[in-house]
Write a protein that binds this ligand. Structure first.
Ligand code: IPE
Ligand code: IPE
Ligand code: MG
Length: 235
């Protein structure tokens, strides 16, 4: 079995899962955050080197104030727990997205999490929070344009590789496998540049119920795919 080096996940369905149990949506978010810790460990034990998860999109601010507040509260406690999990499991954490819209205390804890885990050599764990692919690309273009204005970069020097270095995922290889839970089959503004040649796997299982066995099924399916990158398969 070939283990994908980088797995990206759109962890969806927390709300619907909770509703199906007669519980409030926020219960689903809490259980989803718990499950993320379990899946992180499982992913690393399976040999996955990079795991990138979508926690909050630039569009998720449209949700009710009550839900956004509950999510931010959850991210606060998750970020603190993650410092310990990262230490125990040797995880190097990176944050994707624009943190400036988050409350200062959450920005500070995210920065502490990144700093305290930067020398770890196990799982590379990327959390996308206030992340949107279009926003990431626009921010990257602004940085590149500023470097051009400052004379550090010439427009003709902007190649695909150089441009990728301005994205939040600089230094992270592109995902091999994208998993979206809970039945929706869309990207919802996730990693549009990085997923150019990624294999997609969709499952009906909602995120809080997603297990190691479900991850394994996704990897099995990935193994049955024929990745070509525009070429022709050698017979
Ligand atoms: C995913 O679950 C978590 C976030 C987007 C924050 P949802 O909250 O989208 O759950 P559903 O899709 O409404 O069931
Ligand atoms: C995508 O899920 C964002 C995250 C998982 C954080 P959504 O549930 O917000 O996506 P849409 O609105 O169904 O496309
Ligand atoms: Mg959803």
């Amino acid at each position: 079995m070939v283990i994908p080096q980088h797995v990206a996940i759109i962890l969806d369905g927390n709300g619907r899962w909770a509703k199906s149990k007669g519980m409030p949506r926020n219960y689903g978010h809490a259980r989803g955050a718990k499950n993320l810790e379990t899946i992180c460990r499982d992913a690393y034990n399976m040999g996955i080197k990079y795991l990138t998860v979508y926690l909050f999109s630039t569009e998720n601010w449209k949700r009710s104030k009550e839900e956004v507040d509950a999510l931010m509260k959850l991210f606060r406690s998750y970020t603190k727990t993650c410092v310990k999990t990262a230490r125990d499991n040797n995880m190097k954490v990176r944050v994707l997205g624009d943190p400036t819209a988050l409350d200062q205390d959450l920005q500070d804890s995210l920065a502490r999490l990144v700093e305290s885990s930067k020398d770890n050599t196990g799982l590379n764990f990327q959390i996308a929070i206030n992340y949107g692919s279009r926003d990431e690309i626009v921010r990257a273009i602004r940085k590149a344009a500023q470097d051009c204005m400052d004379g550090k970069l010439q427009p003709e020097e902007i190649t695909e590789e150089r441009f990728a270095g301005y994205l939040d995922t600089a230094e992270v290889p592109d995902p091999d496998l994208l998993i979206r839970t809970s039945g929706e089959q869309r990207l919802s503004n996730y990693l549009m540049w990085q997923l150019a040649y990624t294999e997609f796997y969709f499952t009906e299982v909602p995120w809080p119920a997603f297990t190691k066995d479900d991850l394994w099924q996704a990897i099995e399916k990935y193994n049955s795919r024929d990745r070509r990158y525009g070429g022709v398969k050698e017979e």
